[in-house]
Design a protein around this ligand. Structure first.
Ligand code: SAM
Length: 261
C-alpha cells in the first residue's frame, strides 16, 4: 500500500485524495475511484451519515480498512477524518477548453505558488460554476495539497495546466487581466465567455500576460490596501458576476458540464 500511494502521488493521471471532503466531492461529481482506505469503518460511517448521507452506503462498500500505523504512513500529514483514496483524474484538453464556446467565465492562474491557495481558487470556481481553472507554472494543480485546499472540487469542473502562454492566442473569448491598476470592474458587463487571468501571489501578472490581454480590470478597494489574496480576488470577481442580473447560479441539480471535460 505504501508504494501504491507513493506511485500515485507521482502519476499525473491519478489524484490522491486526503480526507473525507475530497472523497465526498469526488464521488458527488462522478470520479472514478481506484482505491479507498479508511482507518476505522465505523468512524467513516458516522462521518458519512452526518456530512453526506447520500454517499454513506457507497463509501461503506468502497472503503477497505487498514491498520492505523499504515494509514499514518500514506500521507505527509495523515487526514484526521481517517480516509484516503486514489482516483483517476478526468482527462482535460486545455487547448480544446480555450477554443470552446463558454457560457461562464474560465479562470487562468498565472504561476500560483501556494497549493492551498490554488485549491481555494478551484473551490470557489466550482461554487460559482465557472467553466474551468487553468494554471501556468511548475505546480501541479492536482497535487494532493491543492486537492485538500479545494476540498476535491477539482472533479466538479475541468482543471488543468496550460504549458505555454502562446496557447492563449487560440482563446474563444476575451482575455481579461485582473490587476489592481486596471479599470474598475463592472460585473454586469463582464463577458461570460471571458478568460479571467490572475497573477502570482507575490508579483502579480507577468508583462507577457498583460500584453496579451484585451483589458485590465480592477476590483475596487479601500485606499491604502494594495491587493487582495489570490483566491479572495477570484471569489470577488466570480460572485460579483454571478450575483449581477441575468447571471443567476445554475439549478442545483446540474452537476457538471460534460461537454467541457
Ligand atoms: C496577491 S495578488 C498579487 C499582488 C501583487 N503584488 C500585485 O501587485 O499584483 C494576486 C493576484 O490577485 C489579483 N488581485 C488582487 N487584488 C486585486 C484587485 N484589487 N483588483 C484586481 N485584481 C486583484 C491579481 O490578479 C493579482 O495578480
Amino acid at each position: 500500500m505504501i508504494p501504491r500511494f507513493g506511485r500515485a502521488r507521482r502519476d499525473r493521471t491519478l489524484a490522491v485524495l486526503e480526507g473525507f471532503h475530497p472523497l465526498k466531492h469526488a464521488l458527488r461529481f462522478g470520479a472514478e475511484l481506484q482505491e479507498v482506505i479508511c482507518r476505522e469503518p465505523d468512524e467513516l460511517a458516522r462521518l458519512a451519515e452526518r456530512l453526506a448521507p447520500e454517499l454513506a452506503e457507497r463509501m461503506g462498500e468502497l472503503a477497505r480498512p487498514v491498520a492505523s500505523e499504515l494509514f499514518e504512513q500514506l500521507a505527509p500529514l495523515a487526514p484526521s477524518t481517517g480516509v484516503m483514496a486514489i482516483a483517476t483524474r478526468p482527462a482535460v484538453d486545455p487547448l480544446a477548453l480555450l477554443r470552446a464556446r463558454r457560457d461562464a467565465p474560465a479562470i487562468l492562474l498565472e504561476d500560483p505558488r501556494d497549493l492551498g491557495n490554488l485549491g481555494a481558487c478551484v473551490r470557489v470556481a466550482a461554487a460559482a460554476d465557472a467553466a474551468a481553472v487553468l494554471c501556468t507554472g511548475s505546480h501541479d494543480p492536482w497535487h494532493p495539497d491543492a486537492l485538500r485546499g479545494g476540498a476535491g472540487l477539482h472533479f466538479a469542473l475541468p482543471v488543468a495546466r496550460l504549458e505555454e502562454l502562446a496557447a492563449l492566442e487560440q482563446r474563444s473569448g476575451p482575455l481579461l487581466a485582473l490587476d489592481p491598476e486596471g479599470e474598475a470592474l463592472d460585473p454586469g458587463a463582464l463577458d461570460p465567455a471571458a478568460l479571467l487571468a490572475f497573477g502570482t501571489e507575490r508579483h502579480g501578472l507577468s508583462e507577457e500576460l498583460l500584453e496579451r490581454s484585451d483589458a485590465r480590470i480592477r476590483i475596487p478597494m479601500r485606499a491604502g490596501v494594495s491587493s487582495l489574496n489570490l483566491a479572495t480576488s477570484v471569489a470577488a470577481v466570480l460572485f460579483a458576476w454571478r450575483l449581477s442580473p441575468g447571471n443567476e447560479p445554475p439549478p442545483p441539480e446540474r452537476r457538471a458540464r460534460p461537454e467541457l471535460f
